[in-house]
Design a protein around this ligand. Structure first.
Ligand SMILES: Cc1ncc(C[n+]2csc(CCOP(=O)(O)OP(=O)(O)O)c2C)c(N)n1
Ligand SMILES: CC(=O)[C@@H](O)[C@H](O)COP(=O)(O)O
Ligand SMILES: [Mg+2]
Length: 642
């Protein structure tokens, strides 16, 4: 970080309009201050650091040149938006990032008019910016009007099909639209794929001053001093095997590559394109993830995400762990299986470390596939691996699997192919908030014919479910487990193959039975302790399977108890709904059984730590205890939590 003494300019900037009077030198100074403020804030909050540090100059330059919020600036994923938040009236709350009641870690429409489109999942920005451009041209938002539409998308996010669907449409619609390709040669992990290699080839070995404006019209859009270099670059590009850049072939004018940390280049190119562009334009900006903060620049993930840390050393303050994470238990179990069975293979969509597949990638690299941010392709690719005789484990976060859902239905389930879905980050995930919550997978997987759906109650159960999924060769299966540490149970040497569709009894009690699906079981057991003190001993069972249901277990529990309560870390439509359907169809409600289903509330829950989120969702031990007392008609002393 620059150490030069200066009068703090950031104190004078409460919104981008305040930047309009700053000189270019002052904008450079402002960028240094924004970088220091970003590092300082994230050291206190934790969060996504590296991506934001890489776009500090770009954020300042975009706000200096464009007229936000009238011009709609759309950040892809939104994990790089902290500098943007600092510049757009949220500096006073920047140290509340990702905490309950604080700023979101992503862009969010309800938070600020400077966030015209919310994000969290990748590769949506070009579609959104194009939508704004067309709304503008059709006279939308007549009160304030819509000016320009600008998408800022990273090289990793550019690999997704959705980005290309938008480019395809934008090239055809031919509206004035800016796509800034922020190329830092990083995704969360190093980027993979032919597109990544292509982008590198676009600037390999070229000094930045030799701006390659390969598009016919683009040369004239560049500032005078750059035009000669650009002409030469254009000649050079003509000699390449491709006829022009891929982006030009799609109907965009291409400008770049530009050094995204050189404010002078950024400002002059953005001013020129701002003044002269008529159609869609792609500006290729080269940046460094983690730029300007040495510990981030040196980290394997370039500081992509961090816990709170000490600024001078970069040392992160991580709470000591008491148990292995579910992710690592899954990753190790899969490596073991892959050692025993050479048909086992694995697919991740740009999350090798996050899903634990880094372990199999290291040990059996030829059987682990990082397909990039391409969940749809990843699922279909896994389907065909299965059709071709392999045993694929498709490991995705619950929230990102949503993007591959048609492929789950059409390519996997309809064809009854034995893809094993390892669904990580199931349930509420904490600081990433609503966009990343794994709330829907039980519902959207369990409604598919023949799909086997399991949820692990603890990390030993997860090992059994990996083994069980491996053994299912005639249909698809899925097992879900949450973010974070397990409960600390002893791990078996090897996972056991479970009997399909059979749950397990945890405790035999009377009057009320609690049937848990997944890791709420620990809270159920806590609630049972509190209930024991009140003379109530609930029966507790772990369903293990949402599909097929353990009919015998459920019907026995229903027959032997006054009340049956189901609980799961998922939205309505999941496990509890399937149990209710069974009870209704078997006319069990006619017998007077009291049935309650505890699910996530029908609302999107904002970021907080997971325990707080589950309290808000009324799925914690206290809520389970209250539900039992309520269903049994036992009077409760004390107040109900608001
Ligand atoms: C659909 C989807 N899949 C996966 C992710 C997880 N994810 C968040 S950021 C990221 C990497 C993005 O890389 P890039 O766009 O190059 O941005 P950078 O972090 O390099 O600035 C990934 C894989 C996501 N947010 N959305
Ligand atoms: C921005 C994004 O989508 C990812 O970086 C995500 O925040 C990762 O989540 P985990 O921390 O649970 O791996
Ligand atoms: Mg990147």
């Amino acid at each position: 970080m620059s150490q030069r003494p200066h009068t703090p300019l950031l104190d004078l900037i409460s919104r981008p309009a305040d930047m309009k009077t700053l000189s270019d030198d002052e904008l450079c100074q402002l960028a240094d201050e924004v970088r220091a403020e970003t590092v300082s804030a994230v050291s206190e909050t934790g969060g996504h650091l590296g991506a934001g540090l890489g776009v500090v100059e770009l954020s300042v330059a975009l706000h200096a040149v464009f007229d936000t919020p009238r011009d709609r600036l759309v950040w892809d994923v939104g994990h790089q938006c902290y500098p943007h938040k600092i510049l757009t009236g949220r500096r006073d709350r920047i140290r509340t990032l990702r905490a309950k009641g604080g700023l979101s870690g992503f862009t969010k429409r309800s938070e600020s008019p400077f966030d015209p489109f919310g994000a969290g999942h990748s590769s949506t920005s070009i579609s959104a910016a194009l939508g704004f451009a067309v709304a503008r041209d059709l006279g939308g938002a007549p009160e304030h009007g819509i000016g320009d539409a600008i998408a800022v998308i990273g090289d990793g996010s550019m690999s997704a099909g959705m980005a290309f669907e938008a480019m395809n449409n934008a090239g055809h619609l031919n509206r004035r639209l800016f796509v800034i390709l922020n190329d830092n040669e990083m995704s969360i992990a190093p980027p993979v794929g032919a597109l990544s290699s292509y982008l590198s080839r676009l600037y390999a070995g070229e000094p930045f001053q030799e701006l390659k404006a390969a598009a016919k019209g683009a040369v004239s859009l560049l500032p005078e001093p750059f035009q000669e270099g650009a002409r030469r670059a254009k000649e050079m590009v003509k000699t390449m095997t491709v006829g022009g850049t891929l982006f030009e072939e799609l109907g965009f004018s291409y400008v770049g590559p530009i050094d995204g940390h050189d404010m002078e280049s950024l400002l002059s190119v953005l001013r020129t394109v701002h003044d002269r562009a008529t159609g869609p334009m792609l500006i290729h900006v080269i940046t460094k993830k983690g730029k300007g903060y040495a510990p981030a620049e040196a980290a394997r993930d370039r500081g992509h995400a961090t816990a709170k840390f000490d600024v001078p050393t970069g040392k992160q303050h991580k709470a000591p762990s008491n148990a292995p994470s579910y992710t690592s238990v899954f990753g190790k179990a899969l490596v073991e299986l892959a050692g025993e069975d050479d048909k086992v293979c694995a697919v991740t969509a740009a999350m090798p470390d996050g899903t634990g597949l880094n372990l199999i990638a290291e040990r059996y690299p030829s059987r682990c596939f990082d397909v990039g941010i391409a969940e749809q392709h990843g699922v279909t690719f896994a389907a065909a691996l299965a059709a071709g005789g392999m045993k694929p484990f498709c490991a995705m976060y619950s929230t990102f699997l949503q993007r591959g859902y048609d492929q789950v239905v059409h390519d996997v389930a309809v064809q009854r192919l034995p893809v094993r879905f390892a669904i990580d980050r199931a349930g509420l995930v904490g600081a990433d908030g609503a966009t990343h919550a794994g709330s829907f997978d039980i519902a959207f997987m369990a409604n598919l014919p023949e799909m086997v759906v399991m949820a692990a109650a603890d990390e030993a159960e997860l090992m059994h479910m990996v083994a069980t999924a491996h053994s299912i060769n005639d249909r698809p299966s899925a097992f879900r487990y949450p973010r974070g540490e397990g409960v600390g149970v002893e791990l078996p040497e090897k996972g056991e193959v479970l009997e399909i569709g059979k749950g397990r009894m945890i405790q035999q009690g009377a009057r009320v039975a609690i049937l848990s699906f997944g890791t709420r079981l620990a809270e159920v057991e806590k609630a049972a302790e509190a209930l024991a003190a009140k003379g109530i001993t609930p029966t507790i069972a772990d369903a293990r399977f949402a599909k097929p249901l353990d009919r015998d277990l459920i019907l026995d529990l229903a027959a032997d108890h006054e009340a049956l309560i189901t609980i799961e870390e998922g939205a309505v439509g999941g496990f509890g709904s399937h149990v209710a359907q069974l009870l209704a169809n078997e006319a069990i409600f006619d017998t007077g059984l009291k049935f309650r289903s505890m699910v996530l509330p029908d609302t999107f829950i904002d970021h907080a730590n997971p325990a707080r989120m589950y309290e808000e969702a009324c799925l914690s031990a206290k809520d389970i205890e209250a539900k039992v007392l309520d269903v049994l008609g036992v009077a409760q002393i004390g107040e109900k939590r608001a």
